[in-house]
Ligand binder design. Structure first.
Ligand SMILES: [Zn+2]
Length: 275
């Protein structure tokens, strides 16, 4: 599926709640780049290579990984072997990406650019979903690849173990400043009103934080209590992620000095400053 003048999207697999991972091919006059690589199953890799062949098999300047998660990293090795492209991610993600059995050939950071011939990729550090999450702006098309920092539908899970909600909201504000025309997300459909979506995501986090503070100050101070108040009718397979979201918010409140401690992990939590 064509996203913009120089961008095509591949998304294969069963539709979970957020949709299968998107893989993008960006093509310039002198080279091409993949942004994310899916799980790396046969159907995805074959489709990627067919699309690349369709473009005349241009030199692959980069296989960019937005972050460490296996549904984005999984195809990196196979695409690298088949195309000779260099696998790139941020320095922070390097170790975890290599932990997913992908070879990393180099790292990129905020403000770095890659010229594909009339098409420029600019890298934007956006910690939050994971601490080394990366977005990529295709300047000429005004397309912003966001990985899991922004999804096509709904909000994004922030893992309390390798993400940070405070940093995440700062990253969203940074993306508003960039002001792209389209967002090409890590899952789900292209977002054609980026500013509206980004503001909604920030607002969603603010509201959730307010809700948690409200519950804590009204005496709901355990993880179980917060969970059933915030997610009264959630499907069972999402419970762990949902509890992780609450945990990530509690950790932010502790860092902001609004909560004495986010430990023990099942509560009770006490509002106020530890200092
Ligand atoms: Zn992810």
């Amino acid at each position: 599926m064509q996203v913009s003048r120089n961008v095509d999207r591949i998304a294969i697999g069963d539709e979970g709640p957020i949709g299968p991972p998107n893989i993008y091919l960006v093509t310039g006059s002198t080279g091409a780049a993949f942004v994310d690589t899916g799980y790396g199953n046969d159907a995805e890799v074959e489709e990627c290579l067919a699309l690349w062949a369709d473009k005349g098999s241009p030199p692959v300047a980069a296989i960019v990984l937005t972050h460490r998660h296996p549904d984005h990293v999984g195809g990196a090795s196979r695409l690298r072997t088949a195309t000779g492209g260099r696998v790139l991610c941020t320095e922070v993600e390097r170790g975890p990406v290599e932990g997913e059995n992908a070879t990393v050939d180099g790292t990129v950071g905020d403000g770095d650019t890659l010229d594909l011939g009339g098409v420029t990729l600019e890298f934007v550090d956006t910690p939050g979903h994971t601490m080394g999450s990366l977005c990529v702006l295709l300047r000429e098309d005004g397309v912003l690849f966001t990985g899991d920092t922004v999804l096509g539908g709904g909000s994004v899970a922030i893992s309390p173990d390798h993400g940070d909600i405070g940093r995440y909201v700062e990253s969203l504000a940074k993306l508003i400043e960039i002001g792209s025309r389209l967002i090409a997300p890590g899952h789900g459909p292209v977002v054609d009103k980026p500013q509206t979506k980004l503001k909604w995501l920030i607002e969603h986090r603010r509201k959730r934080e307010k809700q948690i503070i409200g519950l804590l100050s009204n005496g709901t101070t355990s993880m179980d209590g917060l969970f059933s108040a915030i997610y009264p009718r959630l499907e069972t397979d999402l419970h762990r992620t949902a509890r992780g979201q609450i945990r990530a918010h509690l950790m932010k409140l502790e860092r902001d000095g609004k909560l004495v401690s986010a430990e023990p992990s099942d509560g009770p939590y006490v509002l106020g400053s530890s200092s």
